[in-house]
Design a protein around this ligand. Structure first.
Ligand code: ADP
Ligand code: MG
Ligand code: MG
Length: 927
């Protein structure tokens, strides 16, 4: 039916851009041929032929394919002066697979196809090298037998060893032409024995079998597994092409060689010749590692002419492809041939450097420089990494909860971490799980390791916020805090032992593994500067302390998009004040506690505003339910029990002390018994704990996430929000008086209705007046709302009457949209949902564009109906995720906010979003 279809393209006619049809290797062979590089002649059979063949239940090649192959073969013969199957000057070919995506899962390349008894004679006559001929032949029979006919290597190996033994040689190189001849004969027998058919002698038949084998390998287990693993879908690569190419020989003597090269240094990106070669060797030998290859610089001495040719080849490849190339070449008797090229895979360092340098060299423009780097890749540069050249075996594995690697001495509680950390030691805090009261331990540690909890556990979230590496939920580790030890399989980590954690992979190592420091290079800075030129979205950072804020500026943040004030409550010297505030039985007592917190918060805000002078700082008023600041009910009950026991012990000891005194009062010397603590102290402690327990019980909620938190707390305890608002505005007033340019923004969390916003606005207005009067300066600030409740999104039009800006809290909004909580989802059913294909991704990691995104898009439109060009952003974790950033760009958000160390990733992603947006969003420009 598809009789007239063209299935086979000569290298001089195939479309070098059409990788889907010709495969990457085939398209590039065509392209290189057409730009005049010295490519051994050949042709490509299309992926279309492959798919049609695989569809045919009889496994026949589509009609016309072999005819077209024969026709192309005649061309090649004409080009080379050789004859396929000829006895004088025989044409030998390689058969190489290649799909649109580079895929090591497919068939191995067959070299020297076309050899048989007749052509062999020709090769011997031509080269005068019988040994070379038989060696090539026996290699071909084995390779063809294995990859095209499925004969196991062992069958060949047995014969090979047998001949070697008979000949009395140890090394393959010791085998004579006669030995190799015998091996080839035996191999032919092996094939016949194993397949029940004699080895195909006819070169055209060999070729047809090989082509079918390549096509079949597309559906082979290796290839199918590979595509699944790397999520290669049919629209990325569909079917494999086959490349049939004239053999050239790098193993024809010392004027021959074979090598692989990179047009720049693959590790550093430096613009130098880079690669390795072997003299007198054939293709695979370089990669196979049988002989140690030599650095390409040596070729300059060994074969100066050819080296010059290689430099020219490299320059031509780069100036044509305008991308770093990874290429293969062979020198046959002094003639240089290019066998393959493809875009080079590089690490982030090399990608960044080559991007910047290629722009400076005029090879590419800034847009291309930005687009050739996947934003996620930058992570490698922003955190310390384990040295990739070092191989160490992890002792345990957990979840990669916060990227980067860290080395330190294991400690099992936060206090100890703080003491040692302050003393200048590198420590890693190892816990079963962490709690807010462990926070001081985080500050002192290089990294955190927990044996329980997921990527959203306290440890993970806090560590990410601080940019510290964290491995969470390493369940293979049993932590015993009492013994100050952790047990892993048979091994033990004792306090003080050095361990290394890799928060990028989740691996944990005993001892010290070599690391590479983060490198925010001048080139990265340049590149991100270009990114900012193109991006429409501004990138802000989430930061809770002045230090975090300062670091965010270094990463290029345009402001703070989210400052979580509750994080500021968590420091050691503050927690007691917060507890006092919570335990207060009346407004007066609460106010007293708040009065002590006010200067502390004001100081924090001032620090943040100063660090960010000239840029906005968005402060979110207290969000979590307040019982989160108290110990758990269970813990309090246990402590109370211990105190009650202690009360009896103390009383008992005091009785004993009195009694001893009395019994020995007449003696000259007498034993004395120490009086323990004053029992009243114990009573006092008991009373305090009981009050706390009562409060914890009173505050306990059935559904804390949906309970008394956020603005609801601010309305029931207005004095709390009032204090925070005052702290922000006073900090701003003081900065203004110092001549600083500050832009505070007050943001209200968990809002459902405009009325809630109005209630807080009233507090804001009255505090503003008081502060301005007191300081005698005008305070400029914005008042806005989080959008993280479905209702608020639906009422965006009315909310925008009060709010001057919106910030989508997509963590809560995702929970609200799906009506399931992140913790329960991730621990219980989400993995199954993903596996069963019910949900494609984890919506807490990848923004659910269709659902949550739809709500956002609607809210953006409605909000801007009321307030044209209204400032809107996202501050959930999704704000640092490149795909989500693309979406935020498309719906016209003003900014994204993410954790400080992710800011560079987000800046590049924002540029990508703008550069790949062909609709050039009207909404975004009207802002
Ligand atoms: P891969 O996809 O694994 O790179 P290739 O098709 O590039 O496989 O081939 C494997 C090896 O065989 C390479 O080293 C290549 O240089 C060599 N090779 C392939 N075709 C020829 C040829 N026509 N002449 C000489 N060597 C070849
Ligand atoms: Mg190759
Ligand atoms: Mg929230």
């Amino acid at each position: 039916m598809s009789e007239g279809k063209k299935y086979v393209y000569g290298f001089e006619e195939g479309d070098g851009q059409n990788k889907m049809l010709l495969g990457g290797k085939g398209a590039n062979l065509c392209e290189m041929t057409q730009i005049g590089l010295n490519v051994p002649p050949g042709f490509t059979i299309t992926t279309e032929a492959c798919l049609t063949y695989l569809d045919n239940p009889d496994r026949e090649l589509p009609a016309g394919v072999m005819d077209q192959v024969r026709e192309q073969m005649r061309n090649v013969e004409a080009n080379t002066g050789k004859t396929f199957g000829g006895s004088e000057n025989p044409l030998l070919v390689s058969v190489r697979s290649g799909s649109a995506m580079s895929m090591p899962g497919m068939m191995d390349t067959i070299l020297n196809l076309g050899l048989n008894a007749t052509t062999l004679k020709g090769v011997i006559a031509q080269t005068g090298n019988e040994r070379f001929a038989y060696d090539s032949y026996r290699r071909f029979v084995q390779l063809f037998g294995k990859v095209a006919l499925g004969v196991p290597d062992e069958a060949f190996d047995a014969e090979f060893e047998d001949v070697k033994k008979k000949a009395g040689v140890k090394q393959d190189l010791g085998l004579s032409a006669r030995d190799l001849h015998e091996i080839a004969d035996r191999f032919l027998d092996v094939v016949e024995r194993e397949t029940g058919r004699s080895f195909p002698d006819d070169p055209m038949e060999q070729l047809e079998i090989a082509v079918k084998a390549v096509f079949n390998s597309w559906m082979g287990k290796r290839a199918v597994d590979y595509r699944r693993e790397f999520k290669i879908t049919p629209d990325m690569a569909n079917g494999t092409a086959v490349n049939v190419q004239t053999m050239v020989f790098g193993n024809m003597g010392n004027d021959s060689a074979t090598g692989v090269g990179f047009t720049r240094d693959a590790g550093t990106g430096e613009n130098v010749m880079y690669g390795e070669y072997l003299t007198n060797a054939q293709g695979e030998d370089v990669v196979a590692g049988i002989r140690t290859p030599k650095p390409v610089a040596m070729l300059a001495d060994e074969m100066p002419e050819q080296y010059k040719g290689l430099v020219a080849l490299r320059n031509k490849l780069e100036s044509h492809y305008r991308e770093v190339q990874d290429y293969e070449y062979t020198i046959e008797k002094g003639r240089l041939f290019c066998l393959q090229t493809r875009n080079g895979k590089m690490n982030a360092t090399a990608l960044v450097r080559t991007s910047v340098e290629m722009v400076r060299e005029g090879l590419i423009n800034k847009e291309q420089a930005l687009l050739r780097i996947q934003p996620e890749m930058l992570e490698q540069l922003l955190f310390p990494q384990l040295d990739p050249s070092v191989t160490a075996t992890p002792m345990a594995r957990g979840l990669p909860a916060s990227p980067g690697a860290a080395i330190g001495h294991a400690v099992f509680d936060a206090d100890r971490a703080e003491v040692l950390g302050r003393g200048g030691q590198r420590v890693i805090l190892v816990r079963e799980e962490t709690k807010p009261e462990d926070i001081h331990g985080f500050f002192a540690s290089q990294g955190i390791l927990t044996s329980r909890g997921g990527k959203t556990s306290h440890a993970a979230v806090v560590a990410r916020g601080m940019g510290k590496p964290c491995v969470a939920g390493a369940e293979g580790i049993h932590v015993d805090v009492q013994m100050r030890k952790a047990f892993v399989g048979g091994a033990t980590i004792s306090e003080g032992d050095l361990i290394t954690i890799d928060g990028t992979s989740g691996d944990v190592y005993l001892g010290e593994v070599a690391m590479k420091e983060a490198e925010f290079s001048a080139e990265l800075d340049t590149l991100l500067g270009w990114a900012d030129e193109f991006a429409q979205l501004e990138v802000m950072a989430n930061a809770d302390t002045p230090d975090d804020a300062a670091r965010a500026v270094e990463f290029g943040a345009k402001g703070i998009g989210l400052c979580r004030t509750e994080r500021m409550f968590n420091a050691v010297e503050r927690l007691p004040l917060v507890v006092e505030m919570i335990l207060a039985e009346n407004t007066g007592d609460r106010q007293a506690a708040l009065d002590k917190l006010l200067p502390i918060q004001r100081g924090d805000f001032k620090g943040m505003l100063k660090a960010m002078a000239g840029k906005p700082v968005t402060v979110r008023l207290l969000d979590p339910p307040i019982h989160e600041f108290l110990p758990s009910e269970h813990q309090l009950e246990e402590e109370l029990e211990q105190l009650v026991h202690l009360r009896e012990t103390v009383a008992g000891m005091n009785v004993l002390s009195d009694a001893v005194e009395f019994m020995y009062r007449t003696a000259d010397t007498h034993p004395s018994v120490d009086r323990l603590a004053d029992p009243r102290l114990v009573d006092e402690a008991i009373e305090k704990k009981e009050t706390m327990l009562r409060k914890v019980r009173a505050l306990s909620e059935v559904n804390p996430m949906l309970g008394h938190r956020g603005v609801r707390l601010g309305i029931t305890f207005p004095e709390i929000y009032s204090m925070q608002i005052r702290a922000v505005l006073e900090a701003a007033a003081e900065c203004t008086r110092e001549g600083l340019d500050v832009y505070p923004e007050i943001m209200v969390p968990q809002v459902c209705t405009k009325q809630e916003l109005l209630a807080v606005k009233r507090i804001v207005d009255s505090v503003k007046q008081a502060v301005e009067t007191h300081y005698g300066v005008e305070v400029n600030f914005k008042f806005g709302s989080m959008l993280e409740v479905a209702r608020a999104c639906m009422r965006a039009e009315s909310m925008a009457e009060v709010a001057e800006f919106f910030s989508f809290g997509t963590n809560d909004l995702t929970q609200a949209t799906f009506s399931f909580s992140r913790e329960d989802a991730e621990n219980k059913f989400l993995p199954l949902y993903n596996e069963a294909g019910i949900l494609q991704d984890n919506p807490f990691e990848v923004l659910d564009v269709k659902g949550v995104g739809k709500i956002m898009e609607l809210a953006v439109g409605w909000g801007r109906t009321t307030r044209a060009g209204m400032k809107m952003g996202i501050c959930g974790e999704h704000g640092g995720h490149p795909a989500s950033i693309g979406f935020c760009h498309r719906i016209g958000l003003t900014y994204v906010s993410c954790s400080g160390p992710r800011v560079p990733v987000a800046r590049l992603a924002a540029a990508h979003a703008a550069l790949t947006d062909d609709t050039a969003h009207a909404g975004a420009q009207s802002v």
